[in-house]
Design a protein around this ligand. Structure first.
Ligand SMILES: Nc1ncnc2c1ncn2[C@@H]1O[C@H](COP(=O)(O)OP(=O)(O)OP(=O)(O)O)[C@@H](O)[C@H]1O
Length: 327
C-alpha cells in the first residue's frame, strides 16, 4: 500500500498542463495500481495535444520509476477519440468586445498553424457574421450544418441559421438546443480548437453551456473600469464552480490613442484587469487598445488579426499565450 501511496504522491507532484493541479487532483490519473512492481496507469488525454501527451508520459515514467519497488510503468491512454477542444470566451458584461476578441483569437490561432474554428453562441447579438464578413446563411448537407470558411478559420453562428430578431426572445433550453446544433450537429471535420463566443453574462444559459459542452478553458474579456471588472469576477466564479480552468483575462479597450494627436488617454482607467488577475491568481493574457481602426476593420468584416500592424500584433500576442496554454 505504501508503494502505491508513494507513487501517487510522486505523480501528483507533476502539474497537469491545463489546470496546473497535480495529475491525480486534476483527474488526469486515477490512484495507481501496482502488481509485481508494474504500475498500470490510465491517462486521460482530454484537451491535450499529441506532443503534450508524449511529454507528460515521459515525466510520468521518470517520476514513477524513481519510486522504490516500481520496476515498470505502463501507461494506457483513454480512448483517443477526436476530442475537439473548446475555448470559451466570456464576459460578465455586454459590450466589452467579447465577440471581437473571440473572432480575432480564432483567426490568430489559425495564423499560428491551428485548424481553428469559431462558434458564435451570442444569440442576443450574433456579431460573428459581421466580424468575418459572412452574411449568407450556412448550408446544411444531410441535416448537418457546414461551417463557413473565412480568414483561415471555419465558423458557425446562430446568426447564420435564423432570423436573429426572433432569437432574442429565446429561453435557455432553446439556446442550448441551438448550440448543440452548431457544435455537435455540424460538419467540423478536423477543426480544433473551437473558440466559443459565449452569450454575455453569467446566468443559467451560460451554466448550461459550460456544463454540457465542457470547454477545456475559459478566456474572460473585460474593460478596465470597475463595473466591468466586478462582472468579470462573476464570470471567473462561474468557470471555477464548474471546474473549467481559466486560461486568463484580457483587457480590451485599454487606453485610447487619439487618431489626430496621438495622445493616449485612459477613459476606463488603466491596469485594472492585470491587478485583478494578480489578486485572483489567474494569468493576464494582454491588452487590446481602444482603437478606431479595430472598430472599422471589424465592421467591415476584416478581423485585424488577419492583417499586419499594431492591431494585429495585439491579438497575435494573446493568441500565442492561449496557444501555449493549450499545450
Ligand atoms: N479594442 C477595440 N477598439 C475599438 N472598438 C472595439 C474594440 N473592441 C470592440 N470594439 C467595438 O465595440 C463594439 C462591441 O464589440 P463586441 O460586439 O465585440 O462586444 P461584445 O462584448 O461581444 O458585445 P455583446 O455583449 O453585445 O455581444 C463593436 O462595435 C466593436 O467593433
Amino acid at each position: 500500500m505504501t508503494m502505491e501511496n508513494d507513487l501517487a504522491s510522486a505523480l501528483d507532484g507533476i502539474a497537469d498542463p491545463l489546470t496546473g493541479k497535480g495529475l491525480l487532483a486534476a483527474n488526469r490519473l486515477p490512484p495507481p495500481v501496482i502488481r509485481d512492481g508494474v504500475a498500470t496507469l490510465v491517462l486521460a488525454v482530454d484537451g491535450l495535444s499529441g506532443d503534450a501527451v508524449s511529454q507528460l508520459e515521459t515525466r510520468i515514467r521518470e517520476a514513477g520509476t524513481g519510486v522504490v519497488g516500481v520496476r515498470d510503468i505502463r501507461i494506457v491512454r483513454t480512448a483517443e477519440r477526436r476530442q475537439r477542444r473548446l475555448i470559451a470566451v466570456a464576459s460578465g458584461k455586454g459590450g466589452v468586445g467579447k465577440s471581437t476578441v473571440a473572432a480575432n483569437l480564432a483567426v490568430g490561432l489559425a495564423r499560428l498553424g491551428m485548424k481553428a474554428g469559431l462558434i458564435d453562441a451570442d444569440i442576443h447579438g450574433p456579431s460573428v457574421p459581421t466580424l468575418l464578413g459572412t452574411k449568407e446563411r450556412a448550408q446544411a448537407v444531410d441535416k448537418k450544418l457546414i461551417p463557413m470558411e473565412a480568414h483561415g478559420i471555419r465558423a458557425l453562428s446562430v446568426g447564420m441559421m435564423i432570423d436573429t430578431d426572433r432569437a432574442i426572445a429565446w429561453r435557455g433550453p432553446m439556446v442550448a438546443g441551438a448550440l448543440n446544433q452548431l457544435l455537435a450537429d455540424a460538419e467540423w471535420g478536423d477543426t480544433d480548437p473551437i473558440v466559443l463566443d459565449m452569450p454575455p453574462g453569467t446566468g443559467d444559459i451560460q451554466l448550461t453551456v459550460v456544463q454540457k459542452h465542457r470547454p477545456v478553458g475559459a478566456v474572460i474579456v473585460s474593460t478596465p473600469q470597475d463595473l466591468a471588472l466586478i462582472d468579470a469576477r462573476r464570470g471567473i466564479d462561474l468557470f471555477r464552480q464548474t471546474n473549467v480552468p481559466i486560461i486568463g483575462l484580457i483587457e480590451n479597450m485599454s487606453g485610447y490613442a487619439c487618431p489626430s494627436c496621438g495622445e493616449v488617454s485612459h477613459p476606463f482607467g488603466s491596469g485594472g484587469v492585470e491587478e485583478t488577475c494578480a489578486q485572483l491568481g489567474v494569468p493576464f493574457l494582454g491588452r487590446v487598445p481602444l482603437d478606431i481602426a479595430i472598430r472599422t476593420a471589424s465592421d467591415a468584416g476584416t478581423p485585424p488579426a488577419a492583417g499586419e500592424g499594431p492591431q494585429a500584433d495585439a491579438f497575435m500576442a494573446i493568441a500565442r499565450q492561449v496557444s501555449a496554454a493549450l499545450g
